[in-house]
Design a protein around this ligand. Structure first.
Ligand SMILES: Nc1ncnc2c1ncn2[C@@H]1O[C@H](COP(=O)(O)OP(=O)(O)O)[C@@H](O)[C@H]1O
Ligand SMILES: [Mg+2]
Length: 248
């Protein structure tokens, strides 16, 4: 499947103050328990929100619903028309070159030029004509980011995009996402298991538990973020506590 979500029918910008508004969203699979349980969430234009929570807490279900890949069966979702999603795996088509993957499904004589521009922006200018299977994990995720950004989304969703990368590559990718967000200023919802990643990148961290938001905390630190900032340690404890991790 294409990693860039199609636009859900009837999806519109929520209001001047919020790019994304989720209200009373409930989702069940079959007759199982509610995976999302009367969930409310609003994301402002240009706001960067990190979404944390244990495996199975409903994070990907929420993202898929926001992307229009899963139906809204109970409650409501409003979000911008232009949305993009990046998953943990790059989901590049192996038989298309990197630049062709970047502008997949896009028209126009300037397709290649647009692909080149965005690939240069994510640091892949030297891999434009490469085949996906020759890319490293970090490069493949850069290509996935390029494919998401080329659509100029007003709302970018990232579902554990760096979870499969080594620690050093992950740090570089976090820096890249921070730079891209500073330039593009779209709303971002980043699913991560990594509390430090949330604290390095986001304006706000939200913890999902059994389909509801258990914690919603602002991260009022200046950027670039420093681990040495005394608020970093405090916020880390708050989030770990909310995730049920007690580090003494
Ligand atoms: N298509 C599906 N069919 C049935 N159950 C599903 C489906 N997708 C997700 N679930 C269930 O919903 C719960 C939340 O899943 P998910 O949103 O993937 O959690 P997370 O991303 O937080 O790990 C899990 O119990 C999962 O098994
Ligand atoms: Mg998930």
């Amino acid at each position: 499947m294409n990693a860039v979500a199609p636009v859900a029918q009837g999806a519109v910008a929520a209001s001047r103050d919020a790019a994304v508004v989720v209200h009373g969203l409930t989702r069940r699979f079959g007759d199982g328990p509610a995976v999302l349980d009367r969930l409310d969430l609003a994301i402002a234009p240009g706001e960067f929100v990190a979404l944390l929570g244990h495996s199975g807490s409903g994070k990907s279900t929420l993202l898929r619903t926001l992307a229009g890949l899963d139906p809204v069966t109970e409650g409501s979702v409003a979000r911008p028309r232009e949305v993009s999603v990046v998953f943990q795996e790059s989901r590049l088509l192996p038989w298309k070159r990197v630049w062709q993957n970047t502008v997949l499904g896009q028209d126009g004589a300037d397709r290649r030029d647009r692909a080149v521009a965005v690939l240069e922006e994510v640091g892949l200018g030297h891999r434009i004509d490469a085949w996906p299977l020759t890319l490293s994990g970090g490069e493949a995720q850069r290509a996935a980011l390029a494919r998401a950004l080329v659509r100029e989304p007003a709302f970018l969703m990232l579902d554990e995009p760096f979870a499969a990368l080594d620690a050093l590559t992950r740090l570089k990718m976090q820096q890249l996402v921070s730079d891209l967000w500073t330039r593009h200023r779209c709303s971002v919802l980043l699913v991560t298991h990594d509390v430090d990643e949330a604290l390095l990148l986001a304006d706000r961290a939200v913890v999902l538990e059994r389909g509801r938001i258990r914690t919603d905390v602002p991260i009022p630190m200046d950027r670039p973020r420093r681990h040495a900032d005394p608020r970093f340690e405090h916020l880390r404890s708050v989030l770990l506590e909310s995730l049920g991790v007690h580090d003494g």
